[in-house]
Each structure stands twice: as structure tokens, then as C-alpha cells.
Design a protein. Structure first.
Length: 74
């Protein structure tokens, strides 16, 4: 949204795809703690994801809640 050619508001899509830039390795037996870990996306966004997500994966994130939705193939 603009006011006199000055942007005053933006509306993000409800869901966006991000690439995982940092993710700790999951160790066997970690499922007791809820089976999630925090990763960092290429934008710096930190998201709680399932243990199978690794560096380089692409994930779909809800931009309103900043929650992981699913892993995206290719």
C-alpha cells in the first residue's frame, strides 16, 4: 500500500518457501524432547522444525505464525 508514492504497508503471502542455512544434526533418541529442533533460514528467521530437516532443505513457513508447515521437494 502506498501513500503519495511512499510505501506505508506491505502484505506478505500467507506461506513462503525458505532454505535452511543452519541446522543441528539430530541424534537418535532425541524424540523424547518433542521431536523438534530450531533451525535458521537464509533470511535469519529461526523456526522450530521436525528432526529430519537438515541444512539445504527447503521448507514452507506460515508467515503469520512463523511456524513450519512442510518440507518442499525441489
Amino acid at each position: 500500500m502506498f501513500w503519495e508514492q511512499t510505501p506505508i504497508d506491505i502484505k506478505l503471502p500467507t506461506k513462503m518457501i525458505f532454505t535452511v542455512s543452519e541446522a543441528e544434526r539430530a541424534e537418535r533418541g532425541d524424540t523424547v524432547s518433542g521431536a523438534t529442533k530450531v533451525i535458521t533460514c537464509e533470511t535469519g528467521l529461526k523456526v522450530k522444525v521436525p528432526l529430519f530437516i537438515k541444512q539445504g532443505d527447503r521448507i514452507l513457513v506460515n508467515t503469520e505464525t512463523r511456524e513450519y508447515q512442510e518440507r518442499v521437494n525441489s
